[in-house]
Structure formats: C-alpha cells, structure tokens
Design a protein around this ligand. Structure first.
Ligand code: 5GP
Length: 182
C-alpha cells in the first residue's frame, strides 16, 4: 500500500487494505449465496465504479446459473454529488420474473440507489436486492438502507478499488480517504 496518493492536486491516505476488503467481500458473498440458494439471479453491476467489486463478488458467490448485466449512472462531479442522477446506459438483460442483485460501489446520498431500483422495478423482476461495497449512512438524503454492506464508513471522499477521482485511480488495490486539512 502506498503511504499517500496524490491526484488532481488532492492528497489521499490509506483507509482499507486489500486484505480487509477481501474479507468483507467474502462475508457479503456468503450472505447473498445463502439468500439466493441455488437460483438463477441476475447481478447488475453499476458502472463505472463497481466493476472491480462486482468482479470479486460474483466470483466469490460462485453461482454458475447467475448472469451479469451492466447499467451506468452518473451524479458526481469531482468530489461531490450534484444531487441530479442521470442514467447513461440502460439494462440489456431480461429481468422479468428474476431475482436481481444490484452491485454498487458506494451509497452516499442514496439518490442513485433509489432511482435505479425505481427504474429496474419497471422491468418486473421477482425481487430486487442491493449490495454495496461502501455505505455512508450519515450522508443519506433518502433513508435508503442497502441489503448488503461490506463497510459502513464516515462521510468522507474515498478512492481506489474501482472508485475514482475524475476517472483516475480506479486501479488502486486498496482504498484511500481524502486527507484532512490540518
Ligand atoms: P449517491 O447517489 O448515493 O449520492 O452517490 C452514488 C454515487 O456517487 C456512487 O456510485 C459514486 O459514483 C459516487 N460517490 C459517492 N461517494 C463517493 C466517494 O466517496 N468516492 C467516489 N470516488 N465516488 C463517490
């Protein structure tokens, strides 16, 4: 793990190591496996940020009958939410009558989650569950609570393990938090 990461003039410090992340990914995977018990769910990965979490999570869940689909939403500019959620890429997989598990990187205000669940329910799934790597309960503007959470965290800006700053640093294996001003 790097001591500090500098990107776009901001400094980030270590927050969650890859080993700690993988332990919680295993826990969440076993919860989902238990709840879906041998079905044929559709996992919906929310691009771009969730692609690394989704890749690790679905391999850990290990359900060969499951399918994966991708949707893309945007609400963030730089390090804060615009409060306006836009769908950039819609669903391509048929989810009619299916158990759906949305896989998201982070729930902050909850606005993206609520909009996404609303959009998906129009496609008539049997059930919709929501798994997130990170949840910032203190930032909620919706009262939305995910079904599966790897980490509840403070309302600070995070990068790494798929999460970006202006499209950069998604490659980092560990998670970093923005350095507090002294
Ligand atoms: P919400 O709609 O819940 O406010 O925000 C969800 C989206 O905002 C996430 O999918 C993610 O793209 C972005 N986001 C929220 N907090 C953070 C953060 O701390 N770091 C990064 N990189 N993105 C964030």
């Amino acid at each position: 793990m790097e001591n500090k990461v500098r990107v776009n003039g901001l400094t980030f410090v270590p927050y969650l190591t890859h080993d700690v992340i993988m332990k919680e990914v295993e826990r969440v995977a076993s919860e989902i496996r238990e709840d879906l018990k041998g079905g044929d769910p559709v996992f919906i990965c929310v691009l771009n940020g969730a692609f690394i979490f989704a890749a690790d999570l679905i391999r850990e869940i290990g359900m060969n009958e499951g399918k994966i689909a991708f949707v893309r939403y945007a609400s963030y500019e730089g390090t804060s939410s615009t409060g306006h959620v836009r769908q950039l890429t819609g669903l391509t997989e048929d989810i009619d009558g299916k158990d759906v598990v949305i896989i998201e990187d982070i729930v902050d205000t909850g606005l993206t989650a609520v909009k996404m669940i609303d959009d998906l329910k129009k496609h008539n799934p049997r059930s919709v569950r929501f798994a997130t790597l990170l949840h910032k309960p203190a930032s909620s503007r919706t009262g939305f609570t995910p079904d599966y959470v790897a980490f509840n965290i403070e309302p600070k800006f995070i990068i790494g393990y798929g999460l970006d700053l202006d499209g950069k640093v998604r490659n980092l294996k560990d998670i970093y938090v923005i350095e507090e001003e002294e």
